[in-house]
Design a protein around this ligand. Structure first.
Ligand SMILES: Cc1cc2nc3c(=O)[nH]c(=O)nc-3n(C[C@H](O)[C@H](O)[C@H](O)COP(=O)(O)OP(=O)(O)OC[C@H]3O[C@@H](n4cnc5c(N)ncnc54)[C@H](O)[C@@H]3O)c2cc1C
Length: 665
């Protein structure tokens, strides 16, 4: 801490930390806590809270330390053994194997598929995505295998059969030694966005009862996963996406190795496979290797902890998943999980970038004061915080819809009643009708991914600048945050491709209906006088957005495409404004009902409401929706100076102190 500096009287004192490590990411993130509380039932959150707190501690210490070391070395590939035989051996740093075990055994995937200890039901996917956000504070790269394990499990649970069942069970295992991870091989050199251009072929082998894959995949993250799902074209299949089928292509040849080869088999002391007990530290015997070659690992800018390789299939043994020709539709389910996982990881990167910035600003002294005393830095940090809240609110809104959709599917499979009703029917929980909710999810998913990916890059870059020159140096985590963040807008679909996906959701599923209805419902539920000004601005933009959607539906495809990215960002802004305003209203209502106003930033206090969320919502509307004359220079707005403690340090705000209009604080 800076000498002679007096700590703030209220809220979190970031000046007591040296950096954003060796801290608890859960207790220091009231925003994430608030969102997870909002999207879970009380019963789920009560179960989750102590576990998330313990996970935040683990990630803030051991996992974060290991992540820094892994970034320096990364996995290495030995494609062949010393006799020239293919072994496809990826050698992981010991710290990474330790992180794997620690994180999976906390149930990051398992909890969402099987009832964890102490519960009769599994947890919603939003819980898993919350854990993923915390994990990405330390290592967004590791978030990739976790997300693909989750995504592959969703797909195999829904479309798999007896042959894939053992793989599903291993994907959702709580025991590391019984675990396998997932991966997703779509991209080929000629097509990442253009999935219909995939050329890899699959032929059925009557004799063995397996399929054989031939072709090349160009970007394969978590290359040596045992639960890899790949798309390929069967003989005589039509061109384009309609001709694609989905295959499970394990790392070990399933014709030779009976059932999935687990982490315990590969790195532990299980007696099959060739783990350290077998002497070769995880390399398979050449006869166990599936007929594929991991040609090389990509030399990447970031996400070093996940090995991304090029793969040549040379008759690789594979198992058909679901129906022939349904591969693209099935893969879309995995992609939707991945895209929200990407958004959750983006939130994690933003959360860490913000934490590092808050600590730096509270401890670095220049011109005689800590830099958080200066107006420009206050504005930077206030707007970064508001953006983080917006990103998190939107992401977990979509995560809640995904959870309900997934549960409804699951309950339907079990012949039980509609799982979508699990959420409380309040304006904060979105549509309860399953069809409306699913169509809304369809629209929110690409938007969540595209906006948060971009925000993560921007915020990591801002955080680097806030560290000054040190931020550009490898010894400081901002270096890695920016390198890791830069992939978030690219993989799982670029911004342009996701914008076009939004158009498809609007065109084919009339997703604009639940979208507009939800915004309208939300705005109608906000009545607190101090929010009226912001509600009015948002409603004006809501009307303009409705007109924009109608205009696009009447225009030709080229014009719609031209507008698609602006539309996606516009929807994000209007939807998020309405969401933040509803949250603000809920906090103010609670405050009136309870007569309580505890320190919102006090990690030990329960998050009862106060007027802070109202300030956040108003600032979001001011900076993202309101037209400001002369770039706001003439409007006397001193918001970042006056509300710095409330926004950045989570100091409580008395509702009675809120002024009635946006810009006059
Ligand atoms: C580190 C890393 C890991 C990856 N891991 C995996 C993985 O595990 N599995 C996997 O399958 N893939 C993976 N990918 C691939 C990734 O998903 C693709 O790179 C991405 O989807 C873009 O595809 P592309 O590279 O073929 O680019 P292209 O499709 O050629 O796109 C190039 C540019 O054209 C734009 N564009 C494309 N179509 C349009 C259009 N219709 N209108 C306007 N603009 C358009 C894109 O937005 C982009 O800016 C990974 C990529 C990276 C960088």
């Amino acid at each position: 801490m800076t000498e002679g500096r007096s700590p703030p009287s209220e809220g979190i004192d970031f000046g007591r930390f040296e950096r954003g490590r060796h801290v608890n990411y859960w207790t220091l993130d009231p925003t994430l806590r608030r969102e997870l509380r909002r999207v879970m039932t009380a019963d789920e959150f009560d179960w989750a809270e102590p576990r998330l707190e313990s996970f935040g501690e683990l990630v803030g210490h051991t996992v974060a330390d290991n992540a820094d070391r892994v970034d320096a070395t990364g996995p290495e590939l030995d494609p062949r053994n010393r006799y020239g035989e293919i072994q496809n051996f990826v050698r992981y740093p010991a710290e990474q194997l330790e992180n794997d075990r620690l994180v999976y055994e906390r149930g990051i995937v398992a909890d969402a598929f099987d009832a964890p200890p102490g519960r009769e039901e599994s947890m919603p996917l939003s819980h898993a995505l919350g854990m993923l956000t915390l994990l990405s504070y330390a290592d967004a790269g590791f978030g990739c295998p976790v997300a693909m394990t989750m995504g592959a499990a969703v797909v195999l649970r829904k479309f798999g059969d007896e042959a894939t069942e053992p793989y599903y069970e291993a994907l959702v295992s709580r025991e590391y030694d019984d675990l396998i991870e997932g991966a997703m091989f779509l991209t080929e050199e000629q097509g990442g966005s253009d999935v219909g251009a995939i050329e890899t072929t699959a032929e059925y082998d009557d004799e063995s009862g397996y399929w054989r894959l031939a072709g090349e995949k160009w970007f394969c993250s978590n290359v040596d996963a045992e639960g890899t799902l790949a798309l390929a074209r069967t003989p005589d299949a039509p061109e384009g996406t309609a001709g694609l089928s989905m295959f499970l292509v394990p790392h070990a040849d399933p014709e030779v190795v009976d059932g999935p080869l687990t982490k315990g088999d590969r790195y532990g002391t299980n007696d099959r496979g060739n783990g350290p007990a077998g002497g070769s530290g995880g390399a398979l015997d050449p006869d166990q290797v599936n007929d594929q070659l991991y040609r090389q690992l990509k030399d990447k800018l970031g996400t070093i902890s996940v090995p991304t390789g090029e793969v040549e299939f040379d008759g690789a043994t594979a198992i058909l998943v679901g129906e022939e020709g349904a591969g693209f539709r099935q893969m879309a389910e995995m992609l939707n999980v991945e895209r929200l996982a990407n958004a959750a990881a983006s939130c994690g990167v933003m959360g860490r970038a913000l934490l590092e910035s808050r600590v730096q600003a509270a401890t670095r002294e220049v011109f005689g004061s800590t830099i958080d005393e200066y107006p420009l830095m206050r504005e930077d940090l206030v707007d970064m915080t508001v953006d983080y809240e917006a990103a998190t609110a939107f992401t977990f809104e979509a995560a809640a819809l995904l959870s309900r959709d997934e549960r409804a599917d699951r309950n339907e499979e079990r012949g039980e009643s509609d799982g979508a009703k699990q959420a409380a029917e309040t304006p904060l929980s979105g549509p309860t009708d399953p069809d409306r909710a699913a169509r809304l999810l369809r629209a929110l998913t690409p938007i969540a991914k595209l906006r948060t990916g971009r925000m993560a890059v921007d915020m990591a870059s801002d955080a680097m600048e806030i560290q000054g020159g040190n931020g550009y140096v490898d010894d400081f985590v901002t270096h890695r945050l920016l390198r890791d963040a830069q992939v978030l807008p690219i993989w799982e679909g670029t911004e342009n491709v996701l914008s076009l996906d939004l158009l498809r959701a609007l065109d084919r599923e009339d997703a604009h209906e639940p979208l507009l209805e939800t915004i309208d419902d939300r705005l109608s539920a906000v009545s607190y006088p101090a929010l009226a000004d912001a509600v009015e601005t948002t409603r004006e933009e809501y009307v303009a957005l409705s007109q924009a959607l109608a205009t696009l539906s009447a225009h030709d495809d080229a014009y719609a495409q031209l507008s698609a990215k602006r539309l996606a960002h516009y929807v994000f802004d209007v939807y998020t404004a309405a969401l933040l305003l509803t949250e603000a209203q809920a906090d103010l209502d609670r405050d009136e009902a309870d007569g309580e106003n505890p320190a919102a930033g006090d990690p030990d206090a329960t998050e009862n409401g106060d007027g802070r969320a109202a300030l956040v919502a108003r600032r979001f509307v001011e900076t993202h929706l309101r037209d400001r004359d002369a770039r706001g220079i003439t409007n006397e707005d001193r918001f970042p100076i006056e509300h710095f403690d409330a926004i950045v340090r989570y100091a409580p705000v008395s509702p009675s102190s809120l002024s009635m209009t946006n810009g006059d604080e």
